[in-house]
Design a binder for this molecule. Structure first.
Ligand SMILES: *[C@@H]1O[C@H](CO)[C@@H](O)[C@H](O)[C@H]1NC(C)=O
Ligand SMILES: *[C@@H]1O[C@H](CO)[C@@H](O)[C@H](O)[C@H]1NC(C)=O
Length: 489
């Protein structure tokens, strides 16, 4: 890819021109016992679980000229236009056949999640002489419109349904409410709730409340969450595990741990909303992320004793937490344990291990893990390459940074902000500010969003060499971008 090419030319040639400074981070000397334990974890998996010869990864399709997804939506042009349905209708005789064809077409559009066409076909269906309004059809359309971020269309459809004389139900109202929630329209969603409360046959249920609670949690409106809970209690509606997990994770993400624990203890004591693996993963990742390893292990035991079965993601969370604390022995044991229980190592598993070594600049183990990942046919992703770039930069192996960027290009790894930030940080670490600026320019040319990390990395690099004018320019540029962003919204 172009970025790789420019890096390999200028990045490496400028490296040749001026000798590199010693790496800022001293390489940790891994002690032999952990190293050995770690390699043991890579013992081949049991043959029953992973076949020794993996099928080759599917070949990536290359777009023909003018067919590039960004330019012409080929999926749109390839679908038969609506006209064809009309033609087919004209050829068939008999009302039943008519209805069948249109009904099939509608089901197809809903299945393919093309909301606009689904509405158009539905309109045709309604024009048929034998059309009968059906609750199921409305329900499917409402859900589709909600998921497609079209609450106004959903409202319109709902009104149409009432006009056609269908009795609304609590499920239909909840689907409409969910459409507003999907688009973060909290007030509108509450308005629907109030409408429901006024209709004896459309009383809100646990799904209605869970949907509303989720949107409040996502918006950090915890005071609304509490009032919804109170309302549920008054109405004798018991929150289920899904409700509680939503709230638990919301409190955790917002750092309200006392509230989180309160919800959790309610769950542990309840019969209606027992903790599940989702609850376990939420707690473990929050505690593990904070580096509280003892607490994480205690919680793991507690959930296991409670009868919650771990899943691959659970182990990946443990591996990530151990890796961050450089507890490589424990990290390896979890990996071995996964092998024993025939839980496949996933891209996330490898990424966590690669990240652990990358953070301490342990290029040797990082590389070993990456090679193992590829040997097992596990697909590397953007995060893998972010870690590789950071790891090599931490180890001061800048030619390998270039190599990784090239490989990412070759493997067509999607390049996002994080990816560019790592490359920029690597250039800064190598004291190659010219290359850093070239990468920054490339990032903007490719319309990849710059973020606060991009700026702080570059500002720090300029500060180190006293280039205050560059800092000033950058700050001006950032101000303009922030202004543009708020205009967009
Ligand atoms: C090796 O690392 C482990 C922790 O991973 C530590 O407990 C042990 O003391 C270390 N051994 C040496 C010789 O540094
Ligand atoms: C870039 O992609 C990786 C992997 O998919 C993801 O973890 C990361 O959050 C993304 N970064 C941004 C800024 O979206």
């Amino acid at each position: 890819m172009a970025l790789a090419a420019s890096l390999s030319l200028s990045f490496s040639s400028s490296l040749l021109a001026s000798p590199l400074p010693q790496p800022a981070i001293s390489k940790p000397h891994h002690n032999l016992s952990t190293f050995r334990a770690f390699r043991c974890a890579f013992a081949p998996p049991p043959p029953t679980n992973t076949p020794s010869t993996l099928p080759p990864p599917p070949k990536k399709k290359h777009w023909k000229q003018g067919e590039f997804p960004g330019i012409s939506d080929s999926s749109l042009t390839r679908r038969p236009p609506l006209k064809n349905i009309k033609k087919r209708l004209d050829r068939k005789d008999g009302a039943a056949a008519w209805v069948n064809t249109v009904t099939e077409a509608l089901a197809d559009r809903i299945h393919k999640k093309h909301w606009l066409e689904a509405l158009q076909v539905f309109e045709m269906l309604r024009e048929q002489p034998y059309y009968q309004p059906k609750e199921g059809t409305y329900m499917k359309l409402l859900v589709l419109l909600g998921r497609s971020g079209q609450p106004q269309q959903a409202r319109h459809l709902f009104d149409l349904m009432l006009e056609e004389g269908l009795e609304p139900t609590s499920e239909l109202y909840t689907a409409l409410l969910a459409a507003y929630c999907r688009s973060d329209l909290v007030d509108e969603a509450f308005a629907i709730l109030n409408q429901m409360k006024a209709l004896p046959r459309c009383q809100p249920d646990v799904y209605t409340y869970s949907t509303l609670i989720k949107v409040c949690v996502d918006a950090c409106r915890f005071e609304l969450v509490e009032s919804l809970y109170d309302e549920m209690k008054q109405r004798d509606i018991t929150p289920n595990t899904v409700t509680q997990n939503i709230v638990l994770s919301g409190y955790g993400k917002a750092g309200k741990f006392d509230m989180m624990e309160r919800v959790l203890s309610e769950m542990l004591e309840s019969t209606a909303c027992k903790p599940d693996v989702w609850t376990m993963n939420t707690i473990l990742s929050l505690v593990g992320y904070k580096g509280h390893i003892d607490m994480m292990e205690k919680w793991y035991e507690k959930f296991r004793n409670f009868g919650v079965e771990p899943e691959t993601r659970t182990f990946n969370i443990l591996i990530g937490a151990y890796g961050k604390q450089r507890l490589y022995d424990k990290m390896s044991s979890v990996m071995e344990y996964m092998r024993k229980l025939a839980f496949p190592w996933t891209t996330a598993t490898y990424n966590n291990v690669i990240e652990a070594f990358a953070d301490v600049g342990d290029a040797k183990n990082m590389e070993y893990t990456f090679d193992q990942m590829r040997a097992e046919g596990m697909k590397a992703d953007t995060k893998t390459f972010c870690c590789l770039i950071r790891g090599y930069a931490n180890a001061g192996l800048f030619h390998k940074v270039v190599g990784s960027v090239q490989l990412a290009g070759k493997l067509e790894i999607p390049e996002n902000t994080s990816f560019y930030n790592e490359v920029i940080a690597a250039c800064a670490k190598a004291d190659d500010l010219l290359e850093m600026e070239r990468v920054y320019k490339r990032m903007k040319d490719k319309l990849i969003r710059t973020d606060s990390t991009t700026f702080s990395t570059m500002v720090e690099a300029y500060r180190k060499v006293g280039m205050t004018d560059k800092i000033f320019d950058l700050e001006q540029e950032q101000k303009i971008m922030v202004a543009d962003d708020s205009n967009d919204e």
